[in-house]
Design a protein around this ligand. Structure first.
Ligand code: NDP
Ligand code: 8X3
Length: 258
């Protein structure tokens, strides 16, 4: 059965990792997809593969979620038949650096706050009024276990994900009575490009993050997102925490000896 047939799903950060896997999972279920990220060539390639594999209608477009004017232009300028977004997956996000607070780079802090918090705000603010007018819609934010627990040197990244949790909860309050739904899917460690981005391209350090245990895959997280989106209209999955079995908390990971 195609659970998402005739639904329009907008995924930010679809050029990699969790966003890319969400795009694929929704395409598999028959959705039409609006895919945004900065790396347009990757999105084009993904759009072509989803169209070929699932016959999905896909509209990819380059977007930096930190650019409020560009976000407003992109959402406001959607073709008429793409305007009625049913599901917004606010996934675009990153971590930069793993430094003690007193040593942190201001540029890393700005980038995380601008992307994870302000970017999510800009996209949501642009999409939500249409959903409210139509009386239907679902916002699914990708938070993190880092929005529930703070770990050493996680400072600003954790703060940005605590903000995502607060915004998801606040949105749920403000939308009560509109028929709209708000979920947050909060994973533990997922092997994507996340750590490579965090460590400014240091692949060895990034690979070490996932050493000796089986992390989540992007597909594992996408299945949780899809679960939220495919419940009956009267069911709102508010918060989902998905962890690798070997990870009990942000600070406790059981690693096999090598
Ligand atoms: P990836 O680095 O693989 O993917 C991140 C995505 O975000 C890319 O598609 C990237 O696209 C996009 N992105 C980053 N900055 C911007 C921007 N300014 N504008 C538009 N898109 C942007 O990492 P993940 O898939 O792991 O991360 C996805 C989400 O999952 C993030 O919110 C992250 O915080 C969260 N998360 C990740 C976990 C993990 O362990 N991996 C665990 C918990 C949560 P592009 O560079 O092309 O713009
Ligand atoms: C990503 C998970 O633990 O690296 O949000 O912060 S963690």
């Amino acid at each position: 059965m195609s659970f998402m047939k005739n639904k329009i799903v907008f995924v930010t950060g679809a050029s990699s990792g969790v966003g890319r896997a969400c795009a694929r999972a929704f395409a598999r279920e028959g959705a039409s997809l609006l895919l945004a990220a900065r790396r347009a060539a990757r999105l084009k390639e993904l759009a072509e593969s989803l169209a070929a594999e699932f016959g999905a209608a896909v509209l990819p477009f380059a977007l930096d979620v930190r650019d409020q004017a560009a976000v407003a232009r992109a959402v406001g300028g959607l073709p008429e038949n793409w305007k009625a977004v049913d599901v917004l997956v606010n996934n675009a996000g990153l971590s930069r650096g793993l430094d003690k607070f007193q040593d942190g780079l201001l540029s890393d802090w700005e980038e995380m706050i601008d992307t994870n918090v302000k970017g999510l705000l800009y996209v949501s603010r642009a999409v939500l009024p249409g959903m409210v007018t139509r009386g239907r819609g679902h916002v699914i934010n990708i938070g993190s276990i880092a929005g529930h627990e703070i770990y050493p040197a996680g400072n600003v990244y954790c703060a940005s994900k605590f903000a995502v949790k607060a915004l998801s909860r606040g949105l749920r309050l403000d939308l009560c009575g509109t028929n709209l739904r708000v979920s947050t899917v909060d994973p533990g460690m997922v092997e994507t490009e996340f750590s490579e981005v965090r460590f400014h391209g240091d692949k060895t350090r990034a690979a070490n993050v996932y050493r000796g245990f089986t992390p989540l895959t992007a597909e594992d997280v996408a299945e949780a997102v899809l679960f939220c989106a495919t419940r009956p209209a009267h069911v709102n999955i508010s918060e989902v925490i998905v962890m690798p079995t070997a990870q009990a908390s942000t600070m406790l990971v059981h690693r096999r000896e090598s």
